[in-house]
Design a protein around this ligand. Structure first.
Ligand code: NAP
Length: 333
């Protein structure tokens, strides 16, 4: 029996925040897998701030989603049909499955996961792209040393919360910047951050002065904008600024706001470096193993915020930009 495939196609390039009208939501018969192809029943989709960038025209680290194409999304699912020797019905896989019920196509880029080792959404958070981002951006670019002060923005979010816990494992003083009392309390009480700055309730400059009396050695930036500028003004000699993301800028209708305080890099012989997780694809296995070990010993905790319903996709994605998500935002299909 042919299954119905609900799916979101990108209908137009959004201006500012996405709206439902930027997509076509349709129900069509699921395709039949051809030679060398598999069909996957999608179970959970990863909702990522980067999805907003993938909708824009122009050169980036990955081609934009084409108009009329299924919206790109990472996800986990179960193989339900296979014409490929490497996959069998019942296998669970992770990869770019798209905002739809069924992925049908060549399995390149999909890899098998074991649902008996961890709950499926975790393969999209600490054990997935999110965890890989935190691990490699912090350790490779940030290069934190024991005793140093590491500041993280978007700290209660998916990437930021893992990065902060890894920085604690490395013996650093870790200060998180997040919006709201609940998130800040979670960082100190649950995750062991040394200090927090609630950027929605206090001046970030004043918070940095209080929480980073010895200055900032590593800044892991997830948000850009004014917060990046504030942290630049507190850098130490030879500090490292990791440009992981700039969520405060993704919905801008005008040009991205760059840092005014960049000469702090010159004065402090500091560096600012961009990061793209895909550059580390070959090393994911090693990192996932190490993170899984930390989780098993209680040194790293992962929180997933699972929202039910494929049909809620556009509205659920917006939670990332309003800060309504608390933990890795995952859509249950
Ligand atoms: N470079 C890479 O390879 C790579 C890979 C994955 C992710 N990333 C980046 O990592 C960052 C975090 O992604 P994530 O998946 O972990 O998302 P997330 O942090 O779980 O969710 C986004 C959070 O950003 C905060 N936020 C939203 N608008 C903001 C604003 N205007 N100013 C300050 N904070 C704002 C909100 O937290 P509050 O409630 O605290 O405001 C929100 O909960 C993003 O910038 C993303 O693009 C980069």
């Amino acid at each position: 029996m042919t299954q119905t495939n609900r799916r979101f196609l990108l209908a137009k390039r959004p201006v500012g925040a996405v709206t439902r009208e930027d997509f076509t939501y349709e129900q069509a018969p699921a395709a039949t897998p051809g030679e060398g192809q598999i069909q996957v029943k999608n179970l959970y989709l990863s909702l990522d701030p980067a999805m907003r960038g993938w909708m824009n025209e122009g050169k980036s680290y990955i081609p934009p989603v084409g108009l009329g194409q299924v919206m790109r999304a990472l996800g986990v699912g179960e193989v339900v049909a296979s014409n490929h020797p490497g996959f069998a019905p019942g296998d669970h896989v992770s990869g770019a499955l798209g905002v739809q019920d069924y992925f049908t196509g060549e399995p390149q880029g999909l890899h098998k996961i074991d649902p008996s080792l961890a709950p499926l959404p975790r393969y999209l958070s600490a054990l997935g792209m999110t965890g890989m981002t935190a691990y490699f951006a912090l350790l490779d670019v940030g290069q934190p040393q024991a005793g140093e002060t590491v500041v993280i923005s978007g700290a209660a979010g998916a990437v930021g919360s893992i990065a902060g816990q890894i920085a604690k494992i490395k013996g650093c003083r870790v200060v998180g910047i997040a919006g709201g009392k609940d998130k800040c309390q979670y960082l100190t009480d649950e995750l062991g951050f040394d200090g927090v700055i609630d950027y929605k309730a206090e001046d970030v400059h004043a918070g940095l002065k209080r929480e980073c009396p010895k200055g900032v050695d590593v800044y892991f930036d997830n948000v850009g904008g004014d917060i990046l500028d504030a942290v630049l003004s507190r850098l130490n000699f030879k500090a490292r600024v990791v440009i992981c993301g700039a969520i405060s800028q993704y919905n801008n209708k005008e040009a991205v706001k760059g840092p005014a305080n960049y000469l702090s890099l010159l004065v402090n012989r500091a560096r600012m470096e961009g990061f793209v997780v895909m550059d580390h694809a070959k090393e994911y296995g090693k990192a996932a193993q190490e993170i899984a070990g930390w989780m098993a010993s209680g040194k790293v905790k992962s929180k997933e915020d699972v929202v039910d319903g494929l049909e809620t996709f556009p509205e659920t994605l917006l939670k990332l930009f309003s800060g309504e998500n608390f933990g890795k935002l995952v859509l249950k299909v």
